[in-house]
Each structure stands twice: as C-alpha cells, then as structure tokens.
Design a protein around this ligand. Structure first.
Ligand code: FE2
Length: 330
C-alpha cells in the first residue's frame, strides 16, 4: 500500500509518500517547505500564507520524487491536530480537495503520534518512553492500555519555543536551536537558572524570563548563557524522562521532535540511559523534525487497522491531545 501524507501544523508544509512493502516503512518522498524568519517567531497568518503559496509545488515534487502519480496513491492522510488553526486548515483543505478529486480514502491523524510511530518504524525501539521535544510540544509519553499516556508535559511553552524566544534576545533568527546548541559546547560556565519540575510536569516560562533578563543585563557572555539555559532545560526534561522509565519499567527512550537533533540533549539523555541500562533511539533528523512522511505512515497503519473517516470527520483539531486518540493499530 502507498500513502500520501500532508503536514501543516506549524512552520512546515510537507508532503510525504510512504509504502509498507516488505512489512517495513519505506519513504518514497518527504518533501517540505518551511517558513522561517530572520528575526522573531512564527506569525500564524504569515505561516499560513507560506503554506498556501507552496502547497502545490511541494505536493507535485513529492509525486515526482516518488516516481508516481495519483493512480499510484492508495490513501491521503493529513495532520488533523494539534497545531496552529490557520496552518492546519491549509493542509486539511488540500487533503480533502485531493481526496475528492482523485477518489481516495482520506484520514486525519494526530501529529504527535505520527512522530512516535515513524520513530518506532525507523529505529529498533519496541515499547519506548517517548520524549517528544519541539517548538510547540514537550511531552513524555508511553503506550499503556490502548493509548499513548502522557506521563509528563510542559505546562506552558515547548522547550523549542524557549530556545527560539531566547534566541531572539541574542539576535538569532528562527529556529535558534541549532546555533544555541553549538554555543553550548563553547562554555562550561554554569549560571544558576530557575529549574522548575512540578510532579512530572515542566514549566519553562520562568526560565525564559530569567534568561532574557540576564541577556539584557549584558553581564554574561552569550555562550555562558546558552550553555546554562540548555543545561537547565534539558536536565528538567531528562529528569522527567528518567522517572517515567522508572515508573513504567520500560527500558527504551525514543527521542524525537525538532529539538531531538540537539547534541547537548542527546548527550545528557544518553548518560541517563547508560546509568539505567536503557537504550536511547533517535530517528534520522528528516523524520524527527516536522515532516509529512510520518503523517503518511500513521495514515497507512491506521487505515490498515480499519480506521475510516467521512469528510465530516475531518475537521481540524488544533487542541487534540495525544491521549485522546485510541490506538487501534498496536
Ligand atoms: Fe512536531
């Protein structure tokens, strides 16, 4: 079976095509166009306009890369939520129009679970604790009794958003993570920052305000600030991931989302896994960041499990939570 997926939850408009030949996830195309800024974060309306402008060419490129046409596509899936309403709407409208035009089954899927399932499909992870860290999301989840339970999550902003907004204070454009990650390895001078873990949940806004104030004061070097901010934020995430491992007695971590590419986070998480005899898996960056191959793959496995939607069921769900989706394909 071959599925075409459309991703448009935030900054990325993507179109991916995957097949399950040989019982494995084969990515035939994973095209994208991402909205970026020189300074400042995502403006939802501008991101939507970016998606509208690029949707057609991204979809055409994906079909070309996969060396197929609409006759070769068995299913169209799209990110139904969670995400920014104006952005989600572009993907949903495109998917609905194409499904009707080419008479294909249509399936809206959860973006966070798509990260998890493609991560599992492309690594050796079987039953991991998933650490999903991106601009909008920071969630520590794991499969238990029919759904991906959320063991811990951010109560305010995503850890990637923390990095992007702090990057702005240093004059770094969006996304700021890669540059801050480089700076992390240029310092070992730790400046104390607020460390806030509440039970199993996290908050980053106090940390952000403290970091912005310290940057404004001009009393600290940028590398020292980047090192200290990343060290604090990633230690918080790693602490919650470790407790989720201990509580569930699982022995695998799947690190995914855009921030999974951070070497600083990978290093810290790996040390924790080594200490607990757990294995850490990080999918390739092309599927850890927002992408559409993961949307196609989740659509494919849901469809094969018999999940169907009528057009009326395909309304966007900007606030949909990971644990609201019944996992019928496990
Ligand atoms: Fe994402």
């Amino acid at each position: 079976m071959i599925a075409l997926g459309i991703e448009s939850t935030a900054h990325t408009f993507g179109c991916g095509i995957v097949s399950d030949s040989g019982g494995k996830c084969n990515i035939l195309a994973n095209e994208k166009s991402a909205y970026t800024t020189q300074s400042g974060g995502i403006h939802p309306k501008e991101a939507m306009e970016h998606h509208l402008k690029n949707a057609k060419s991204v979809i055409e490129n994906a079909l070309r890369t996969a060396k197929t046409d609409w006759n070769g596509i068995d299913l169209i899936s799209f990110s139904q939520g969670p995400g920014l309403g104006p952005c989600l709407r572009v993907g949903a409208i495109a998917a609905r129009a194409l499904a009707l035009r080419y008479k294909k089954p249509l399936l809206g899927v959860n973006h966070c679970i798509a990260h998890i399932e493609i991560g599992k499909a492309l690594t050796q992870a079987k039953n991991p604790i998933i650490v999903y860290v991106s601009g909008a999301n920071t969630q520590i989840t794991g499969y238990e009794s029919g759904c991906y339970r959320i063991y811990g999550e951010t109560l305010d902003i995503g850890v990637g958003n923390l990095l992007d907004v702090f990057g702005r204070a240093l004059g770094i454009g969006f996304p700021a993570g890669p540059q801050l990650d480089k700076m992390y390895f240029e310092s070992q001078n730790y400046i104390a920052f607020p460390y806030t873990v509440k039970g199993m949940d996290l908050t980053f806004s106090g940390l952000l305000t403290a970091a912005e104030n310290k940057a404004k004061s001009k009393q600290y070097g940028n590398a020292d600030l980047a090192y200290s901010l990343l060290h604090t934020a990633f230690a918080m995430v790693t602490e919650v991931a470790e407790r989720a491992l201990a509580h569930t007695e699982k022995n695998e971590i799947l690190l995914t989302g855009g921030v999974a590419a951070s070497r600083a986070l990978q290093q810290m998480m790996q040390k924790m896994c080594d200490a607990r005899n757990a294995k850490m898996f990080v999918p390739p960056a092309s599927v850890a960041t927002d992408n559409a191959a993961m949307i196609a793959w989740l659509g494919l496995i849901e469809h094969k499990a018999g999940i169907k939607q009528k057009i009326g069921d395909t309304k966007i769900l900007p606030m949909q939570r990971t644990d609201q989706v019944e996992v019928k394909w496990a």
